[in-house]
Design a protein around this ligand. Sequence first.
Ligand code: HEM
Length: 243
Amino acid sequence: MSFYPSYLLCLCLGVLCVVFVSFWNAQWRGGFAWDGTGKQFNWHPVFMVTGLVVLYGNAAVLYRVPLTWGQNKTPWKLVHAGTLLLALILSVLGLCAVFDFHNAQNTPNVYSLHSWIGICTVALFTSQWVVGFAAFLLPWSPVELRKLIKPTHVWMGAIILVLSIISCISGINEKLFFSLKGNVNGTQPYAKLPSEALFANSLGVLIVVFGLVVLYILSNQGWQRPEPNHDGEGYRPLQHEES
Ligand code: HEM
């Protein structure tokens, strides 16, 4: 199968995830503000899905785009690191939104399973970015170190995406249980599957499918960027290359 249909699917699913998470919060959760109310919380899912899933996933598959193969790798490394930095900034803003909201409402912090997995995901992502920057972008980092780190960097990259998706699914589920309580706040209960629940469940499915497409692209050996073999034996896959 050729690369581009999968890549197009990845791009379309990414856009749909951002549209769905924004529409859910605008349509059913009262929209957005930065004032310590539920409207501030609403930035949390939007920033987390956009940063840690959509931007992250697209940055992960960047080197697989054949259009980039014949070119110098350094600018693409900068695009990869820059997109991931933007993803990291959005995730930190997403965390600020929810911590600030909890503090304003006197709600305890980091008590749920969702928050534990979420915190670990962002911590792993931050360390992955710092180590990746130091090892692959700083010109004085030794080639041997790059060779050593690369397989772990690739493996950790996929693991962080999986953890982000688990965080999003558990977060969506938790939010629906908190919000759709039937008679208590004038909404229909989650178990009756009101339109909001149907929509947010579909967002969860979209996020999972997006993640599977990214992992499929990453796992396809034939779509790895060919790198010059310095022994003069032609090309060998990215994973065995030094940077
Ligand atoms: C990668 C994605 C995500 C990460 C890393 C993440 C992380 C976190 C963290 C660390 C907290 C705890 C904040 C505190 O204790 O003050 C939290 C809270 C929360 N998040 Fe997320 N989140 C993510 C996505 C989502 C999504 C998509 C939703 C859907 C609405 C969501 C819903 C919630 C809810 C309802 C809370 C408040 C209750 C609680 O602390 O568990 N999260 N999130």
